[in-house]
Design a protein around this ligand. Structure first.
Ligand SMILES: [Fe+2]
Ligand SMILES: [Fe+2]
Length: 358
């Protein structure tokens, strides 16, 4: 099936343009001193690994969003997901297309958040090396917005507006005047989750070569962005007082809850005409869906541990949402290929032996 329509992205209730007031200081650095080798290396790597979304992606590939991956045919979905009511194949296809449109739409909106937050970091971070690197990330994020906008408008039948929980988190990050908090919210939490989500998108759609291409390029960039956050913040957090770190802990816990809540897909159930309460309850309680949501924290948890932010309070909150299992996975300065979490393979035992690296 080919969908050559060019549908606009639907608008959220706040409309097409939204102004968010922020109060951060813009810092000139007249010393131009550079000494942070790890950030400079990352900046060099970023320059070497630029790609062009118009010419490096084969946009002529036909996308069939109705096609299920071979390892998970429609008949297997009912057994695996145990939905509130058994879904016929035709209905499963409807669910699949809506979920795909929703997921990719949230990727798009999150990418715009990354574009704006990282542009802010160029101004607010005092270090010259970090200004260089952040500027290169801004170009990466513009490209990510470009690819997801294009995929959604040219290859899928419809998209979704920004999810309200994601919107709250993005606006909070943009409003935040302390530059390390912008990093913590964007590079560690939002991009950490995105990195895992992109990996899952690839893993779950081996039958779709265009999304494989796009996601492959985007993951490469995102792994660098998350490493930028870890390398910058570990220097800052080593020197912080207990009181200052406590504010960061609170921010991490609140962001984790907002990110978990955005994954219940209320808008999908509503658009499908389903009973939203029943399906949200299902989404919260079904083991497969719980496992899936937990997997999205696979990159965040080891990175917070490296930053010294996996404190007793954060551990307690993370234990409640079941994501401490990832604390010993490699952090993003060590893991460029994005290791497949054992928990993901456990969800699909048949794949465990053959799964390629994400
Ligand atoms: Fe991005
Ligand atoms: Fe990014």
């Amino acid at each position: 099936m080919s969908i050559a329509r060019h549908e606009p992205i639907p608008l959220p209730p706040q409309g097409g343009l939204e102004t968010v007031h922020e109060s951060s200081d813009t810092i000139f650095n007249w010393n131009y001193e550079v000494g942070r080798e790890s950030l400079l290396n990352l900046y060099e790597k970023g320059k070497r690994m630029q790609w062009n979304a118009s010419t490096d992606i084969d946009w002529s590939i036909d996308v069939d969003p109705e096609r299920f991956p071979d390892f998970l045919p429609p008949e297997a979905v009912n057994a695996l997901l145990n939905p509130p009511q058994k879904l016929e194949v035709k209905e499963l296809i409807r669910v699949r297309i809506h979920q795909l449109g929703w997921m990719l739409s949230q990727f798009l909106h999150g990418e715009q958040g990354a574009l704006l937050a990282t542009a802010q970091i160029v101004n607010t971070v005092p270090w010259v090396e970090a200004k260089f690197y952040a500027a290169s990330q801004v170009a990466d994020e513009a490209r990510h917005v470009e690819v997801y906008r294009r995929y959604l408008t040219e290859k899928l039948p419809f998209a979704f507006p920004v999810n309200p929980h994601l919107h709250t988190l993005l606006a909070q990050i943009i409003r935040e005047p302390r530059w390390d908090m912008t990093y913590l919210g964007m590079q560690i939490m939002v991009e950490g989750l995105a990195l895992a989500a992109f990996g899952l998108m690839n893993f779950m759609n081996p039958q779709e070569p265009l999304i494989q291409q796009i996601t492959g390029y985007v993951i490469r960039d995102e792994a660098r962005h998350v490493a930028f956050g870890v390398l910058s913040l570990e220097e800052v957090y080593r020197q912080m007082t207990a009181a200052e770190l406590r504010e960061r802990e609170e921010f991490v816990i609140e962001a984790a809850h907002l990110m978990r809540d955005r994954l219940l897909m209320e808008e999908v159930w509503e658009r499908l005409g389903y009973d939203v309460d029943v399906w949200v309850k299902w989404s919260l309680e079904t083991p497969f869906m719980q496992g899936f949501r937990q997997l999205l924290f696979a990159k965040i948890v080891p990175n917070l541990k490296r930053l010294g932010l996996l404190t007793p309070r954060v551990r307690e909150a993370f234990a409640k949402i079941g994501v401490l299992q990832f604390e010993d996975m490699p952090d993003s300065t060590l893991d460029e290929r994005v290791t497949v979490p054992p928990a993901l393979l456990a969800l699909f035992p048949d794949l465990a032996a053959t799964a390629p690296p994400l």
